[in-house]
Design a protein around this ligand. Structure first.
Ligand SMILES: *Cc1c(COP(=O)(O)O)cnc(C)c1O
Length: 399
């Protein structure tokens, strides 16, 4: 016969067995609505924004796609700026939503200028949506968002920005720049998890979504669901069980940035980019892929290999002695000619930069190319202490 006592005995036995194999990632308590809201507020502070910040339970592609599908429809006329592979993806989503899309593509070794944006808006005054990637880790360039924001605001278009590769590496200030939809992810300069992301949403953007009959609703892609069921309800009831592991990691990651200081974290990235660029110029053999230092992203430095040297093979050789170095070949068509030094997050350090330069130098020397390892080391060391570049304008460091 099953008695209450025998049930309790079974429960206790099971509990004892499971506590015998505790694990830091397992058996996590549910994350409360209050904790979730507090993490959102912390991310908002990091961005210096008074807009609503919605944390999304997925990699940054979730809010990137969700925001476009919510804001764009058959009536939308979009200016889609292409400075790398992500811009291409956004254009495809916009077309899929039925929007009329004017692409403005610039060579991947440059940045777009506010003048070019002004020209495109003048040519197509009916444009009411502008999509832009701030920094592209895949191509190593960064765009002057503060200046572009002024032009977009004067025109009145909704401004969508992918700041995944810039947040933590250089200033990202949605309110000061008039960004209506600013998407971030934690996995680059923030040194956090890839499974969680966030978007700040202006009142204008909420209104545009609410008026869009095609905006996802009752869908995992939906931003409006978060507005109606979470924000408007005073953030007391979550839409679904939050991903505790990612949320706790995001909280820890923002806490760590606050402890180090956002300015210090950004300065490390600016130093890493300046040191890598200076080191490569002194090394010889390779060239910075982005022509001008002012257009080079603090998050990652891209390099061009000589015509007869395959970038993938060179990177593979350079990584043999130390596979932990933050080196990668370019993606897709760039794999033959581009090297990426991903000096972000925990790799925005003199050690990672010097190690990468030494490894690339050794691999080039092995191929018979003339390189000066000692000059590269010295140049990188000096540039680390005196960086210049997009992260460092004292007028826009904000926060
Ligand atoms: C890295 C990055 C993302 C996120 O994409 P992953 O390929 O998953 O890392 C989005 N946008 C930009 C501009 C990025 O650099």
């Amino acid at each position: 016969m099953v008695t209450l006592d025998s049930v309790r005995a079974v429960h206790l036995t099971v509990t004892e067995e499971s506590t015998a194999v505790t694990h830091p990632f397992l058996d996590l308590a549910p994350l409360s609505a209050g904790r979730f809201a507090a993490i959102e507020d912390r991310v908002a502070r990091l961005l210096g924004t008074r807009q609503d910040v919605v944390i999304m339970q997925g990699e940054a592609l979730l809010p990137l796609e969700g925001a476009i599908r919510a804001a764009a429809g058959p009536g939308t006329v979009a200016l889609n700026v292409i400075t790398g592979p992500y811009g291409q993806t956004f254009g495809n989503w916009l077309r899929d939503c039925g929007a009329t899309v004017h692409d403005l593509a610039v060579p991947f070794h440059t940045a777009v200028t506010a003048e070019q944006i002004r020209g495109a808006l003048a040519e197509h005054p009916e444009i009411d949506f502008v999509s832009l990637v701030h920094a592209e880790a895949a191509t190593g360039n960064t765009n002057p968002v503060a200046e572009i924001g002024e032009v977009v605001r004067a025109h009145g278009a909704l401004f969508y920005l992918d700041a995944v590769a810039s947040v933590g590496a250089e200033p990202v200030l949605p309110d000061a720049w008039g960004v209506d939809l600013c998407v971030i992810g934690a996995q680059k300069a923030m040194g956090g998890p890839a499974g969680v992301s966030a978007v700040s949403v202006s009142e204008r953007a909420w209104a545009r979504m609410a008026a869009n009959p095609n905006a996802p609703r009752r869908s995992y892609l939906s931003l409006l669901d978060w507005k109606e069921r979470w924000i408007d309800g005073g953030r007391t009831a979550l839409l679904h069980a939050p991903a505790q592991l990612e949320m706790l990691a995001l909280e820890a990651c923002v806490e760590r940035i606050e402890a180090e200081g956002l300015q210090t974290v950004m300065a490390r990235h600016a130093s890493a980019a300046a040191a890598t660029r200076a080191g490569v110029l002194a090394l010889g053999g390779l060239e910075p892929y982005v022509d001008e230092a002012k257009d080079a992203a603090p998050v990652a430095t891209t390099l061009r290999t000589p015509p007869d040297v395959d970038a993938s093979a060179l990177v593979a050789r350079a990584l043999e002695p130390d596979p932990a170095l933050p080196l990668a070949a370019g993606g897709g068509a760039l794999a033959g000619e581009m090297i990426r030094v991903n000096h972000y997050g925990p790799d925005a350090t003199p050690g990672a930069v010097q190690g990468s330069l030494a490894a690339l130098g050794a691999a080039l020397a092995e191929k018979g190319l003339k390189v000066d390892l000692e000059a590269a080391r010295r140049a990188a060391e000096e540039a680390w202490d005196r960086p210049t570049g997009p992260g460092l304008s004292p007028t826009d460091t904000g926060a």
